[in-house]
Design a protein around this ligand. Sequence first.
Ligand SMILES: CC(C)(COP(=O)(O)OP(=O)(O)OC[C@H]1O[C@@H](n2cnc3c(N)ncnc32)[C@H](O)[C@@H]1OP(=O)(O)O)[C@@H](O)C(=O)NCCC(=O)NCCS
Length: 202
Amino acid sequence: MTADFPAPAGVRTHPDSGHGFELVDLGPADLGELLDLQAETLSILKGSPVLRENSATMFARCLAAPEHRVLGWRKNRLLVAVAILYDARTSDESVRKYLTSDRSALAASVNLKLVIARGGFRRANLSRSLVAELERTAASRGKQEVLATIHPDNTASRGLFESLGYHEVGQASTSYGLRLIYRRPLDSSDTAFAATHTKESN
Ligand SMILES: CC(C)(COP(=O)(O)OP(=O)(O)OC[C@H]1O[C@@H](n2cnc3c(N)ncnc32)[C@H](O)[C@@H]1OP(=O)(O)O)[C@@H](O)C(=O)NCCC(=O)NCCS
């Protein structure tokens, strides 16, 4: 997959697209690199609670199961940013479960599980373009909303999601602490965009 995907209004693609940057779907073979990027990010955060560590088992599940999607940017082959769309369906892992137990609402919702940009590659629109692409994936799969949980002190993550039109809709009291729930409804423009894009890519 190349980096020249079209962007919805208000979302820029990376300015260096085509100059060593490549948008890639990650799979099971990329588990080690994903763990390394998470470990490097956690080490820079020096014990700050804003980013929770995902287990290798969880990452392996995200990379292997087709209902999830792990999308990344590589720069000259190095993994520099990653975002994970996680379809928990009606399970307890759905962020929607903090707001409702209605099964149709759960089925129509999807989690944006993780976003990381490598130090030295931040504020370059890498994360925003990944999340925007994953929103299109969700829309093309019939989802009606994307939800993310964010640590209240994670200014960068809150700024990222707010820049994409997400709003705080509640709070989640989790086993690892309080999290804010951010939501963006997927509307007809997302669905139309996804349908057009799928058609054009075929
Ligand atoms: C949060 C994070 C993923 C943002 O990645 P990024 O690639 O730098 O973000 P982008 O360049 O796509 O930024 C898009 C917008 O988000 C907002 N934003 C990004 N970083 C921000 C910051 N430090 N402070 C405030 N707003 C910020 C801005 O609105 C930005 O647009 P602008 O650059 O035009 O002003 C990155 O800081 C990171 O990896 N943090 C550590 C891991 C983490 O906490 N992940 C989120 C929890 S899962």
